[in-house]
Write a protein that binds this ligand. Structure first.
Ligand code: ZN
Length: 131
């Protein structure tokens, strides 16, 4: 099981699907995690309340990059309110509590056993409070 999770995190950090920038973004925000040196800029494009595009760029470790890429996949087609609900489940998972999330995101479940890396996994998700 651990190998499968490692493979998912490696895949999303080495070949992130949502890495890049949106030139005519409706919203942009830079986030930083001083404990690891991660810096991520996230660009969003909306259609009404729904997010229709998301890209992230910057310098970030494997865990924060994988978390941003997995998060981006969840963002497409969602409203801010829907994202708040998903984030609260994601934070439960990182705290080692019961949670309900799309299966891909559970690749990050083992981070709950790595307290030093929780801030890496949470970094991109801070965008939800800033939108
Ligand atoms: Zn990190």
């Amino acid at each position: 099981m651990d190998n499968l999770y490692n493979a998912i995190i490696a895949d999303h950090s080495e070949y992130p699907e949502y890495e890049g920038e949106i030139n005519d973004a409706d919203f942009s925000c830079e986030l930083a995690n001083a404990s690891c040196g991660d810096k991520i800029k996230i660009d969003l494009k909306f259609d009404g309340k729904k997010i229709i595009d998301i890209k992230f760029s910057g310098e970030s470790c494997a865990i924060s990059t994988a978390s941003a890429d997995l998060m981006a996949d969840v963002f497409i087609g969602k409203t801010k309110n829907e994202l708040h609900a998903i984030k609260s489940e994601f934070l439960k998972m990182l705290r080692g509590e019961e949670f309900s999330l799309p299966e891909d995101l559970t690749a990050l479940q083992r981070i709950s056993k790595m307290p030093a890396r929780i801030k890496c996994a949470e970094l991109a998700w801070q965008i939800i409070e800033k939108i």
